[in-house]
Design a protein around this ligand. Structure first.
Ligand code: ADP
Length: 809
């Protein structure tokens, strides 16, 4: 192949690619695109072009178009083929003519009539005629072809008739013809080939007609002669880069339209750039569409953001009145109520707590969706976490007469690094479901080590139950969140349908996996695998103590509370009065500052969102102003549970925070801990737990939890108390027989078993004393002192049993 032909091939190749790309953008169908590409590849091998510099492509195209024939036959007047020379450089039919072949034999039967009439007419009337026929070009191969009988050029006297043939199917259109079609007919597009002086060698495309420019307005002229100065500047960079051997693309504004420009270098075999090719396509409509799309995307994002903000605000708005509802119902319970009134207040409490739970879940799901939930990395004891979860579940399982089992791998490390709070959330969601959807049998939790390296460990948690199971067709949708609105999802979600969606998202945040297997009426198993880092240090031990509301430990303490919500202020007033504090209530930040200037408070409770000065403004002032009591403990009261926000509160100087709605005891404990109030617990051995001695101080059997759960169900209420007294009595008798037989193991295990039920009735000191017994019996083996300890606790338990029996309805 001559050298220059390679150049052209190269340039046409890139032309073909660029054209294909642009055609594609205009969404011309694939079939035509393929045809064009095929066509190019067939014909690029056949073209014969002189040196690039000599090419006057435009001229050649035009002449070629009109004179092109694919071949010629010379026939005798009986239509036998005498000669089939073909045309140099054109494909011929390559008829083997050792035997005489009649041209009619090469014509497919369906077009034979046409052939015959044109042939006969030419002979009879001695005039040039034409026929469109199907010409057999090989075995099972025929192609549409135009036959032109050229009587005038023939020599009929000598029995010679010239007939030209030109193939009419697309495959056989010549490159020049294709070029011409492409260049002159591409709608909305222009194509230019130009030399290193920015002079146009070739121009094509229809778009320029819009500006009354033709191909010849370009060819032979330079960029600078064709365009006005300001337009030259815009286009120059593309031409210049192409000439310098670089490919560029971009957009240019010309008149009122926007054009997509692609420019590429045309190189010779040595790799030197000899010319450039530029394609310009009107993309104004696309741009308008794009702008519309961007605008609607932005609008959708804005709407979504507004929705989230609305939701966050709503949750704040809902939590604030909930704070009053829960708080006042609590206070109401402390007053003299008859049995029915007690039940009603319990119901209010129960329902509002459920509502709070739902609001929290929805807000949490939105936070997950907005990537506002982060997985923390703190060292924690996985064993302890699991045993706390098991304690919770044992209690709930007992309420339904279900067996709860936990199995943990011996190889579980003591401490791992991760987010214990979120891990608990995942496991509790699954366990609560398991307990909810199981009526008899068992619920199991297991934890095993799947993989362990020096620094990492992968744990597999399994929650299985013998409950109602899940239908196979529903399994695929089980982790979808409610917002997908899938009919099937709606159907299978009995409750709010948030739990498993939240689980799935949380597990993903942990880089873990969650899967489920289930059989209708047999049970379900949820498997969660999560990678953790191994921790090399113990987590810091929180020395939070529990206090008893009735001990009036805050009596006389000076407390300032600032809250703009009048119901919350009223509630706080009742609570602070109940604690016998010396309190002051204000309704905005400015008033709070005024009070702080006047009095040295022991503690301040500061709402964050307040008019005039908000909580943040106030704390900044207090912490920076030496004339104020800069070190006064200040607790933030907030309905905002976002971790990032809370961290920011702590950063500006809040001592601690309480999320609204809060529970009286929670706030009381927090304040006592901050003020380091000395209560009975402080006489203890220093590990924060009461000694058995202290536990013997009579505790009051507290039915708050039970009332919440039982509501007006008297039978359930009484059964629960019976269960408790039975367990407690069994404990006493196993203490007795254990002491007699020195069976420390049974004593330790029985003590361990009943701890949750004591906690359920808020018998915290006794529960702590029982864990001490468990420890003495099973771990520290203090067998000498154990009998004395057991005797003391037994006395306390006897007293509690009496109280419990009296509490029955
Ligand atoms: P919710 O329990 O509030 O409806 P979840 O997302 O936790 O929402 O669960 C979605 C659905 O999956 C439930 O409504 C229930 O139909 C089904 N499901 C979840 N866990 C179990 C289980 N352990 N046994 C049977 N069905 C379950």
């Amino acid at each position: 192949m001559p050298e220059s032909s390679t150049n052209i091939k190269h340039s046409l190749n890139s032309l073909s690619k660029t054209i294909s790309g642009l055609l594609y953008k205009k969404e011309i169908n694939e079939e035509s695109l393929l045809q064009i590409e095929q066509w190019l590849s067939v014909h690029l091998n056949k073209i014969r072009i002189k040196k690039l510099e000599d090419v006057s492509i435009v001229g050649e195209q035009e002449t070629d178009l009109h004179t092109k024939k694919d071949g010629v036959f010379i026939l005798n007047t009986a239509a036998d083929i005498i000669l089939d020379p073909g045309f140099q450089n054109y494909q011929s039919v390559h008829v083997e003519h050792s035997d005489k072949i009649n041209l009619s034999d090469l014509i497919e039967a369906s077009t034979l009539n046409e052939f015959n009439s044109a042939f006969l007419e030419a002979l009879a009337e001695k005039k040039n005629t034409k026929a469109n026929v199907l010409l057999k070009t090989g075995v099972n191969q025929e192609r549409m072809c135009l036959l032109e009988f050229d009587v005038l050029a023939s020599n009929l006297e000598n029995d010679r008739l010239i007939v030209y043939y030109s193939f009419k199917d697309l495959q056989h259109i010549h490159l020049s013809e294709f070029q011409s079609i492409v260049l002159n007919n591409l709608p909305g597009m222009d194509v230019f080939l130009f030399d290193s002086e920015y002079r146009y060698i070739l121009a094509g495309g229809k778009e320029k007609q819009k500006y009354n420019l033709t191909n010849s307005s370009f060819v032979g002229k330079t960029l600078f002669e064709v365009y006005k100065k300001q337009d030259q500047r815009r286009y120059f960079q593309f031409y210049n880069k192409a000439i310098k051997g670089e490919y560029t693309e971009g957009e240019v504004r010309y008149n009122k339209d926007v054009y997509y420009i692609a420019a590429a270098p045309v190189k010779n075999t040595e790799g030197n750039t000899v010319a450039g090719i530029l394609i310009s396509q009107n993309v104004t409509k696309d741009k308008l569409l794009e702008a519309k799309l961007i605008k609607s995307k932005e609008e959708a994002q804005r709407a979504n953001k507004a929705k989230s903000i609305f939701l966050a605000n709503m949750s704040h708005e809902i939590r604030t009145p909930l704070n009053s509802i829960i708080g006042f119902a609590d206070q109401l319970k402390k007053t003299n109520l008859d049995k029915q009134q007690q039940r009603f207040t319990s119901l209010i409490n129960h329902s509002s707590e459920h509502l709070l739970y739902l609001v929290n879940e929805i807000v949490f799901l939105f936070k997950l969706g907005m990537d506002k939930v982060y997985i923390e990395k703190t060292n924690f004891s996985i064993k302890q976490l699991l045993s706390e979860i098991a304690d919770d579940c044992e209690k709930q399982a007992a309420e339904k007469n279900l067996v709860f089992n936990m199995k943990t791998d011996q190889a579980l490390p003591d401490f791992i690094k991760g987010d214990p709070f979120r891990l608990r959330q995942i496991l509790m969601n699954l366990l609560v479901n398991a307990l909810k959807y199981t009526e008899k049998g068992h619920v199991k939790l297991s934890a095993e080590v799947v993989r362990k390296t020096k620094k990492k460990i992968e744990l597999l948690f399994e929650v299985s139950d013998t409950g109602i199971g899940i239908e196979e067709k529903d399994l695929a949708y089980i982790f979808d969140v409610f917002e997908q609105g899938n009919k099937r999802t709606e159907k299978i979600r009995g409750g709010a349908g948030l739990g498993l969606g939240i689980c799935k998202k949380l597990v993903t945040l942990f880089n873990g996996d969650i899967a489920v297997t289930s059989k209708k009426n047999v049970g379900s198993t949820f498997k969660v695998s999560i990678p953790f880092e191994l921790a090399n240090a113990k987590p810091p031990i929180k020395k939070e103590k529990s206090y008893n509301l009735d001990d009036s430990l805050l009596r006389g303490k000076r407390i300032l509370l600032a809250d703009d919500d009048k119901h919350n202020r009223l509630l706080s007033e009742v609570v602070l009065k109940g604690w016998e504090t010396d309190f002051t209530l204000v309704e905005d930040g400015e008033e709070a500052l005024k009070e702080l200037k006047k009095v040295a408070f022991d503690l301040v409770l500061l709402d964050i969102h307040m008019p005039k000065k908000n909580g943040i403004d106030v704390i900044k002032k207090v912490r920076a102003n030496k004339s104020l009591n800069t070190n006064t403990p200040i607790i933030a009261l907030t309905a905002n549970a976002l971790k990032a926000d809370i961290n920011s509160y702590l950063k500006v100087g809040f001592t601690d925070y309480v999320i609204k709605p809060f529970f009286e005891l929670e706030l009381y404990n927090k304040i006592c801990n901050i003020l380091q109030i000395k209560n009975n617990a402080n006489k203890s051995t220093g590990n924060g737990k009461p000694t058995v001695e202290e536990a013997t101080i009579t505790e009051v059997f507290n039915m708050q939890e039970l009332e919440k759960t039982a509501g007006s169900d008297k039978q359930f209420f009484n059964t629960m108390i019976d269960n408790f007294t039975e367990n407690a009595e069994m404990l006493l008798s196993s203490f007795k027989s254990g002491l007699e037989n020195e069976d420390w193991n049974t004593i330790g295990e029985r003590a361990h078993k009943v701890i949750p039920s004591f906690k359920f009735f808020k018998l915290m000191n006794t529960a702590d004393a029982l864990s001490e017994i468990e420890d003495m019996a099973l771990r520290s083996h203090q067998f000498k002192t154990l009998p004395e300890t057991i005797n003391k606790v037994s006395g306390q338990i006897e007293e509690i049993i009496k109280q419990a029996k009296a509490a029955k309805r």
